[in-house]
Design a protein around this ligand. Sequence first.
Ligand code: ATP
Ligand code: MG
Length: 254
Amino acid sequence: MLLQTTDLTIRFGGLAAVKGVNLRVHRGEILGLIGPNGAGKTTLFNLLTGFLKPSSGTIHFEGEEITGWAPSKIAAVGICRTFQLTSVFPALSVWENVRTATYVWTRHRLLGGIRGRAAPVEDSVVEEETNRILAFSGLDANRDSLARNLSYGDQRRLGIAIALAARSRVLLLDEPAAGMNPEEKRGLMQTINDIRSQGVTVVLIEHHMKLVMGVCHRVVVLAQGKVIAEGSPAEVSRNPHVIEAYLGQEVEIA
Ligand SMILES: Nc1ncnc2c1ncn2[C@@H]1O[C@H](COP(=O)(O)OP(=O)(O)OP(=O)(O)O)[C@@H](O)[C@H]1O
Ligand SMILES: [Mg+2]
């Protein structure tokens, strides 16, 4: 098990946004996380990345308890996210954005680091990695553009490039297809598959069902903070509890 939560709960005042969630993320899978608006999906990502502390329950990564760790420490072990809104530095170039993200691991190495990664990192190594990721992400032609001048789709691609540059082991994607046209969505599906083939495990929050069906191996469904179903995309899309949870929402699950 790569990433696991046990009875994970967070309350905001009287509302439990995430309630007793037992999530299991297997190494190498693309896991879909779906559910109606307000189900607690983004909150669960905030808990996994340390931006929120749980009211109760635990989180383990590779068997080690990481509950309550600071976001920077969690990012340094390789749990990274892209935000629902784009998470780029608008006034830096594409190249600088990606280069900056490598700081997550170079800094820890320079400090003597965690997990025994102690050797200083040569600038040339970092620059080579930055170039490789830009090429992989299809952003080579935009390397000198300011991030704020990119199209919406390219900004999302940059978000993914940043997560790769940070050497994610698990990449948490929160609605990456929002604002994309059909062609960009197809490209995104390919990118997600490519990311996985680089050895990165992916958890994908997505409302766009074709994307979930096309790319996810397994799907977990949240509603009102609880897991109400899990299984293959085909299984969950015909599960009556899932269909009921989506009633009255614009999203079509079949
Ligand atoms: N910081 C917070 N303080 C208080 N309530 C919050 C906070 N963050 C989230 N909530 C509430 O928790 C619930 C779950 O919200 P969350 O954003 O996790 O849902 P979601 O599944 O990501 O929905 P969407 O599909 O609309 O993005 C909502 O009722 C939301 O209003
Ligand atoms: Mg959300």
